[in-house]
Design a protein around this ligand. Structure first.
Ligand code: NAI
Length: 463
């Protein structure tokens, strides 16, 4: 099928590359010229395991192209994905200006033939109908330009074109760090819309994935497809993220109580996670959730509820527990080192989770800010940030090139991100290089006994 993906960030590029990999003809559109140039040369502007490989093979087989020209993308695609960012506004609501620009661009460039316009961006509930309206505006705008100066505007063609597209909500659930894997092995596919024709085309598009042709375990039953109305599909995305964020805040709260009563939250999480009604995922206590989705999506849902006169109390509590949790490492540093002014603190990891280069709303950023405020010097080592030199959003921190340089002269280390390679560092040597061998394990990732044997004072979260 002919597909156009507009916006090639974590979601758009992964979607485009994976759809090309399974045989569709994909054009990816982005308005960032540098990104497009990079992608044309087969390089991924983001770090995501496996992505460069499938991009390069799709380029070689002619299944994917990259352009800044939305008109070319719209002309090509029978399915048009909107996958641009929806960052938070200071009020918590979602900034939909990029979605609006793309919807208008689609309308202005819509040519003949039936098209499915797919909202893959996480958008406020009601956006499906709103996108339809903007597309129609775009069509009307173009019609005006077709009218000769001083001529009479004819809207004869408008209903005809309007009838030739439908909007579908197809929220994305991929996780950064395993985005390619998740696209080929989804738990479910959600399709919201009221056009049978559009839903049928979307089912055809995803058929190879639904049939597990590209899954790691091909013996699994077909991927469930849930078809709903537009608003329910939009709500599913927000509710899923709000639930996951709440689950983490819940276990963090349990960890804080464990700290006080002398229980071990890792044992507690195992014990409750074995209950199939609870499940063992998202029960790792630590320094809180962050990243580009949870904070903004929970804030947006709270804002939507407020707009409709309802106070989302559980979600608000999940956010406030998280705000406090993001500073738990600071509290623990103060308990051990007392005065932080003049001390050097080394952060192991900066990104909000491993296997990604995304620093958006990472807990490390709060920690750096607060440590600086208290007069501490902050250094950091992160496998991807140190290697690629990505510094977006980083200030007040010296980024070191390896873990031993990081440890050198530090009064304490904080493990912020559970990168796999942090399990095999030479902690004996690192302890020797430090002024005070203290480690705050913000993810309960290391074995306390091993760390003590290596010479560290070990402090976990709730253990
Ligand atoms: P991103 O910020 O990484 O990428 C957005 C891309 O859109 C950028 O490359 C930007 O240059 C491009 N863009 C912006 N305006 C444009 C325009 N007018 N025309 C063409 N391109 C334009 O965003 P990300 O993280 O991929 O998120 C996209 C959407 O997907 C958001 O709504 C997000 O909430 C949602 N989402 C993100 C997930 C994630 O893990 N990052 C997971 C699930 C959903």
């Amino acid at each position: 099928m002919r597909v156009c993906v507009i916006g090639t960030g974590y979601v758009g590029l992964v979607t485009g590359a994976c759809l090309a990999h399974i045989g569709h003809d994909v054009i990816c559109v982005d308005n960032n010229e540098e990104k497009v140039k990079l992608m044309k040369s087969g390089q991924s502007p983001i770090f995501e395991p496996g992505l460069s490989e499938i991009m390069q093979s799709a380029i070689q087989s002619g299944k994917i192209e990259f352009t800044t020209d939305i008109a070319a993308g719209v002309a090509h695609g029978e399915i048009l994905f909107i996958a641009v960012g929806t960052p938070p506004l200071p009020t918590g609501e979602s900034d939909t200006r990029y979605v609006e620009a793309v919807a208008r661009g689609i309308g202005v460039n819509l040519n003949g033939g039936y098209k499915v316009i797919v909202n893959k961006s996480t958008v406020p509930i009601g956006s499906g109908d709103w996108v339809r309206m903007i597309v129609l505006d775009g069509i009307a705008e173009r019609q005006k330009t077709l009218v000769p100066a001083g001529g009479v505007l004819s809207d004869e063609k408008l209903p005809e074109i309007a009838a030739q597209f439908d909007v579908v909500s197809n929220p994305e659930f991929l996780r950064e760090g395993s985005a390619v894997y998740d696209t080929f092995n989804p738990d479910r596919i959600v399709l919201g819309g009221n056009s049978q024709r559009a839903i049928a085309l979307m089912q055809e598009l995803y058929a190879p994935i639904v049939e597990r042709q590209y899954a790691n375990d091909k013996s699994l039953p077909a991927v469930p497809i849930l078809t709903t109305d537009l608003s329910s599909a939009e709500m599913i995305k927000y509710a899923a993220n709000a639930f996951l964020a709440t689950k983490i805040s819940f276990i963090n709260e349990v960890a804080n109580i464990c700290d006080r009563v002398g229980a071990d939250v890792t044992q507690v999480a195992k014990g409750i996670g074995l209950d199939s009604r609870i499940g063992n995922k998202f029960l790792q206590a630590g320094i809180g959730w962050g990243g580009s989705c949870f904070p903004k999506d929970v804030a947006a849902l709270i804002h939507t509820a407020d707009d409709y006169g309802y106070e989302a109390q559980i979600m608000k509590a999940a956010v406030s527990v998280n705000e406090r949790q993001r500073l738990i490492a600071l509290e623990k540093l103060q308990q051990v080192l007392k005065i932080l002014k003049g001390k050097t603190v080394g952060l192991l990891g900066l990104t909000f989770k491993p296997d990604t280069d995304d620093l958006r709303d990472a807990p490390a950023l709060n920690l750096i800010e607060q440590l600086n405020r208290l007069g501490a010097k902050v250094k950091a080592y992160d496998p991807i940030v140190s290697q690629t030199g990505l510094r977006h959003g980083l200030s007040g921190v010296l980024v070191e090139t390896d873990a031993e340089r990081l440890a050198d002269g530090c009064d304490a280390l904080v493990l912020v991100t559970e990168w796999q390679q942090f399990s095999t560092l030479d902690y004996v040597k690192m302890a020797q290089l430090m002024s005070h061998p203290v480690i705050i394990d913000g993810r309960n990732f290391l074995d306390p006994e091993t760390m003590v044997r290596a010479g560290f004072q070990y402090v976990g979260v709730g253990r």
